[in-house]
Design a protein around this ligand. Structure first.
Ligand code: PSU
Ligand code: MN
Length: 308
């Protein structure tokens, strides 16, 4: 692995050297996924949650053209304040951003790439990109799905939002050979709610069971990662009718305005938040904290457990 393009914070570097558990975190959720200052507060409390649960956090971004694992609080504050002004960086953006020494907020895709460069196996976030509604004509399918198919990093999330076509997203993941695990659930969670009406591939009930499956995937040299879906804690779940209505309105407005490409997901996320007041933001924050906790426990199992 050519690591001349990678910056690790001293803390992350030491944890990896000592083979202690590390959990990667993305930065598009900071700059494009939540408003300031809640984005920065959340990013810092997610890091604290990971520490409290016995692992080292590594917030990932591209800083001055350097893929960085382990952003400082100042860098997190900068990404949060800049918001949409920071380039949302997916796989196709990396070469030019690096060559031109620019900043980039990493999506699930680029966070997986940089985590893998660094040797980090577990990554916690809120939601992933997927197959958008209407993709049969727009072909809007997130690069996150292709990355899950090729890069050996486990992504712990709260399932899929129905801004996406959840059924088609699952079909795509099946075709690409990405295992979709339900943590303590048979049903794929739908981000703001615990149920989507779609089944997961496998229900696993403990961090150790998830770690075992990931180790087996590595031991067989199977390409690609694993999607671990963790339902939002019941007390923070939203009313399904309220959230469905907001998503329908947001999708209709997105189509009406002709928003396309990389702007689509941030537009939909911001619109849903606007339509549901602070409720969806509060739920979003809580589910990310819950995913961080689970990811820390899985990373600990991976660091201490026996090989498959
Ligand atoms: N879904 C969310 N919150 C997010 C994202 C998706 O609920 O913050 C962000 C993630 O960074 C994800 C990206 O990787 O959007 C997907 O963007 P696109 O659909 O353009 O691939
Ligand atoms: Mn897209």
């Amino acid at each position: 692995m050519n690591t001349s393009y990678l910056s690790l914070s001293p803390e992350v570097s030491q944890a990896l050297q000592d083979k202690r558990p590390v959990v990667a975190l993305e930065s598009t959720i900071i700059s494009h996924g939540m408003p300031y200052p809640q984005n920065v507060e959340t990013a810092l409390s997610v890091e604290q949650t990971i520490r409290d649960n016995g692992a080292t956090p590594a917030t990932i971004a591209i800083i001055g053209g350097r893929p960085t694992a382990g952003c400082t609080p100042d860098q997190i504050e900068y990404l949060g304040r800049q918001g949409q002004k920071v380039t949302k960086a997916s796989r196709r953006d990396l070469p030019v951003l690096v060559a031109q020494h620019r900043d980039g907020a990493t999506t699930v895709t680029t966070t997986m790439i940089i985590a893998h460069m660094a040797g980090i196996q577990v990554f916690a976030t809120g939601g992933i990109g997927g197959v958008h509604r209407g993709a049969e004509t727009t072909m809007d399918i997130s690069a996150d799905l292709e990355e899950l198919a090729m890069t050996p990093v486990m992504v712990v999330c709260a399932g899929c939002k129905s801004i996406l076509d959840i059924g088609l997203t699952l079909e795509y993941l099946e075709t690409k050979g990405v295992p979709v695990i339900g943590f303590g659930t048979d049903e794929l969670p739908a981000f703001y709610t615990r149920q989507s009406g779609f089944g997961v591939d496998y229900r696993l009930d403990t961090p150790a069971a998830v770690a075992d499956a990931f180790r087996a995937q590595r031991a067989m040299n199977l390409q690609g990662g694993m999607l671990v879906t963790n339902p939002i804690p019941a007390e923070y779940q939203m009313d399904k009718a309220v959230i469905d209505q907001a998503i329908e309105t947001a999708v209709a407005e997105c189509n009406r305005l002709g928003i396309k490409g990389k702007e689509t997901t941030p537009f939909l996320l911001a619109k849903v938040k606007e339509l549901t007041g602070g409720d969806s933001l509060a739920s979003n924050i809580q589910l990310v904290l819950s995913n961080a906790r689970l990811a820390a426990h899985i990373a600990r199992e991976l660091a201490t457990g026996l090989p498959a």
